[in-house]
Design a protein around this ligand. Sequence first.
Ligand code: NAD
Ligand code: ZN
Length: 234
Amino acid sequence: MIRFADFSRIVFFTGAGLSVESGIPTYRGKGGLWEEYDYESCACQRAFDADPERVWAFHDVRRGFVANCEPNEGHRIIAHVVQASPSVHSVKVITQNIDGLHQRAGSSGVVELHGSLWRVRCDLCGRCKENLEAPIGDRRCACGAWRRPDIVWFEDLLDPAVLQEAADAIAACDLLVSVGTSGAVSPAADLPRIAVARGAMCVEINPEETPVSGLYQHHLRGPATKMLRELSAS
Ligand code: NAD
Ligand code: ZN
């Protein structure tokens, strides 16, 4: 039986499945966001350059929706592992989610591989800051250019510094718990391979088998909250 209490440096590698029980749909699969919207017209730089108002309208709807969702028990268990298990020395959360629910549950130092719905940036002058408005009040930066969500859109590259921070944390962990990720989005999907190569224990939480299930020694097939509760049992 795997228990958090038997490890000292834990990395949680999380994806859209963790927020499903908060009411936030995944992108892919049944009921997924991309069944309803077309990313090429609302979530890539080309779409933004062609029609920023339209892309902002889409993101304002997403902000409003996510603002009304709450972190679930899974987010909270992850945020409180260190207090709950004194033998655990450190916990690092590496997420592909952009919803900010880890932070709202109390996690700090979260590595957001794909950016955040709650930050905006200006690619002309470089200003980047938190903005929790839904809808956002001012779509223009002080310099006059358009602000854009600080999200890694389709066709965008990941920030190399963020990727490095994730890789370093994974290289140093003795337990990697992947929660609710399909393993379909690279380069994020390749990160767990570092833990495998270092000999860390690797656990996959997902109700379904994924293309990367073979990487993990242990599979917990069920919803994130229930499976995280099992791992936190002492
Ligand atoms: P994905 O949509 O590709 O896969 C989600 C995975 O979650 C699936 O494998 C599914 O079987 C699993 N799942 C479904 N319900 C679950 C549950 N209750 N408990 C545990 N697992 C469950 O998601 P991804 O791998 O994170 O990659 C998609 C991309 O979509 C990322 O880039 C991410 O930025 C983005 N995204 C983010 C959010 C969010 O911020 N909440 C939501 C949708 C998509
Ligand atoms: Zn600016």
